[in-house]
Design a binder for this molecule. Structure first.
Ligand code: KG4
Ligand code: ZN
Length: 333
């Protein structure tokens, strides 16, 4: 009999549901929350309220698109953490009620582990072991993946995440939230002519808060001389900031590959949608003779297909949880 799993993702500001059959993704439906644009960042209370509104229609859409009957589901997987506690609570509560009514097991999934396993939702699948640079709005990590469910954290950010560096820069530039995709778009039209210093932190760790401060001072100084500085130089500023963030990320990944001798390198998480990071990784791979794995756009940002893939591996190990499970805001890979 085939294994059919419904997966729910609700850790931040996207409500998503996916159905997977024997490891093959049948549907991946996502409802984005526009409300946060008004505030320049995710408002936790607004996010959890929007999840409550979206979750039933999104699950319904995922089941319909997959062409299955909910009575045939083998299990339900859900994001237990890390994330915003109010957002997670909606997904976890939904999963509990769904599991109870269908009398099927529940599978808890770590969101960061799932970002990495999104690579197993498509071809080519990275062989084990591989290194993954996971870059999202809340995390920046280099992870050694020795088995689908066995991961070792080699390095991480000591302050802001790479996605935050994009989003906070965007705020300084007066761009909408999330600014990452906008900076990416404007950077394509500019040149990286402004230089920002590189942070000095542990070999495989990251730091982005100093960069944010130096961008702030750089803008203040230039706006004093020319009030229209941002307007007149937006594309070049975006290209310069993006080039620095990407060079920091790739430099550390290169060190990790050289230290571990692992020649299969992947990127994951929302920032892996960045075009300069994608092309930079590809170039580095060609130059060093390493194989690189870049996820399809829909598997970069938050999605339930990655929760479904992780849920599938855990299902095979009968790694289930009970009705007493609670969401967790912090949870390492
Ligand atoms: O993984 P994700 O969807 O959510 C979290 O788990 O945080 O990542 C969202 C982050 C945001 O900071 C957003 O600005 C960034 O990913 N992002 C990008 C791009 N697309 C999304 N950053 C740079 N370039 C992009 N094209
Ligand atoms: Zn994420």
């Amino acid at each position: 009999m085939s294994v059919l799993i419904l997966a729910i993702e609700s850790s931040c500001d996207d409500t998503s549901a996916s159905v997977i059959q024997d490891g093959e993704v049948l549907s991946n439906c996502i409802a984005n929350q526009e409300i946060h644009k008004l505030y320049g960042g995710v408002v936790p209370e607004a996010a959890s309220r929007a999840h409550q509104v979206n979750i039933v229609p999104v699950v319904d859409a995922a089941i319909k698109k997959a062409g299955i009957k909910k009575e045939n589901l083998s299990a339900i997987a859900f994001t237990r953490g890390p994330g915003l506690i109010g957002s997670l609570l909606v997904g976890v509560s939904f999963a509990k009620a769904f599991a109870m009514s269908l009398e099927i097991p529940m599978i808890e999934v770590n969101h960061m582990q799932a970002h990495i396993l999104a690579h197993y939702a498509e071809e080519p699948k990275p062989p084990l072991p591989f290194l993954c640079l996971t870059v999202s709005g809340g995390h920046t990590q280099i992870v050694k993946v020795t088995d689908h469910l066995k991961m070792e954290l080699l390095g991480s950010t000591i302050d802001d995440a790479a996605g935050e560096a994009f989003d906070k820069t965007g705020k300084l530039l007066g761009l909408d939230y999330p600014a990452g995709p906008l900076i990416d778009k404007y950077a394509k039209l500019g040149e990286p002519i402004f230089k920002f210093t590189e942070p000095k932190v542990g070999e495989l760790d990251f730091s982005f808060s100093g960069l944010k401060t130096s961008i702030l001072y750089f803008l203040r100084k230039n706006i004093k001389e020319n009030p229209k500085f941002i307007e007149e130089n937006l594309n070049d500023i975006c290209a310069s900031v993006q080039a620095r963030i990407v060079s920091i990320l790739l430099k550390k990944l290169k060190i990790a590959a050289q230290k571990t001798g692992i020649k299969h390198l992947a990127i994951a998480g929302g920032v892996s949608a960045n075009s300069a990071l994608r092309s930079g990784l590809e170039e580095m791979g060609k130059e060093m003779g390493w194989k690189t794995y870049i996820p399809r756009f829909e598997y970069c940002t938050d999605n339930a297909a990655m929760i479904a893939v992780t849920g599938y591996y855990k299902y095979l190990k009968k790694d289930f949880v009970g009705q007493d499970v609670v969401p967790v805001a912090r949870w390492s890979v």
